[in-house]
Design a protein around this ligand. Sequence first.
Ligand code: NAD
Length: 487
Amino acid sequence: MTSTEPGSGSAAADRDPGWDYAPAPESTQVEIAPTQGCWIDGAETPFDPARALPSENPATGEELYRVVDGGAGEVADAVAAARAALPLWAGLAGLERGKILFRVARRLQERAREFAVMETLDGGKAIRESRDFDVPAAAQHFFYHAGWADKLEYAFPGRRVAPIGVCGQIVPWNFPLMMAAWKIAPALACGNTVVLKPAETTSLTALRLAALMSEAGVPPGVVNVVSGGPATGAALVRHPDLDKVAFTGSTEVGRQIARSLAGSGCALTLELGGKSAQIVCEDADLDQAVEGVVRGIYFNQGHVCSAGSRLLVQESVMEVVLDKLQRRMRQLRVGDPLDKNTDVGAIHSAAQLDRVQAAVRCAEVEGAQRVVPLPTDLPARGHWFTPCFFRGVQPNHSLARQEVFGPVLAVMSFRTVDEALARANDSSYGLAAGVWTDKGSKMFHLARELRVGVVWCNSYNRFDAASPFGGNKESGFGREGGRHGLP
Ligand code: NAD
């Protein structure tokens, strides 16, 4: 059954009424202190109730813990600690830094389930995602960069490598632990020290990671975490004693940061938003392509910078692809993120849900048709949105141009490969793209001509610590991962 109106389906009606999955709740219990200080110079700072920022569980709307809304004082202390620790850390032999980072990676693996549960409670993503992707990918980044620590002199032939210094790092809420690992692991491998600011709604795993790193032998001051909101981030960026700022987040905030650092001599990398296209050609394995499209936009609730949020399908196979897409979407299970059968968890916050709903309303006003193939009965508490796609999207519609950061797919057609290319490149963003075709020559032609940082061919959203990731145009500059990402 296909519903074009949200609210008209039900789980029982859309799936075989004879059976359903039994609940499979994750049983690992984690202890979360109700209040959390910052992590500065190897210790947790006292919690200040006068500057408390509550963080909720998106699946229930209940408060999980409170962090300090860090101010200029915490930022100054953290930068001073990082500066003081720099000679010791930068002066350690690469082999010794590598050993410590290997230890961090192994400890993270040993405590993987605990970190996965915390990530799911804090961010709303399905436990399958945090267990099978976020935590292993974070550990992989430490393993990979630990391996570089004693080989840096071979990484750039003809160039003398030296640490940059103190790095200010700001990350968003969609992959809190993994983004922290992406930023911290290469910086430390290269002998730098860091001050990390997690997103105001997801500080938990970054703070716990800093404590774990200390247990693993990272000296005090090498990794500092200052919790807080946009003002804390702005205070960090403005601090005059930083040698580099690495920011992941929205294009709008990235622009502000680039403006405020212009002419300061402070190095900068920006990993920003995206409106990535998935191009499905008529010669592709369509089942495989649909699987990649579904994973590319609906998993992690579409809270992925490289989400394949524009689907470009060759006209001759459009109806077949949309039929397969609807069938596959009907199998998606939206609900309790701690249930191991869940595919799509909760939208991260009430504010993000408002943004997704506004984008959907705007698409409807502009004349696109919303299709909701799967059941729409959602939990009563928390922030939820049923994955959907839109037909009849025109290239000038806002759904084709603006990032939604939610499980909403804009479907458009093309007739020739050149038209697909022109449509995919018709975006102010340039983060990623997917190409689905049976023809190697077409694959290479499209990959060469797409003006994006990453192209996946016959796969999508595959990440590896050894592979550089980053964008062009309004998706930012600089690369993370691989040799290209060594700071
Ligand atoms: P955001 O830009 O609002 O916030 C990101 C971080 O910046 C948070 O820690 C926030 O507190 C901080 N911040 C906000 N204002 C600031 C300021 N003026 N100065 C300094 N720091 C400031 O983004 P978000 O809503 O948290 O995350 C979603 C965005 O992140 C999306 O646009 C997404 O595409 C992007 N993103 C990009 C990548 C990538 O690798 N390209 C990865 C993940 C997310």
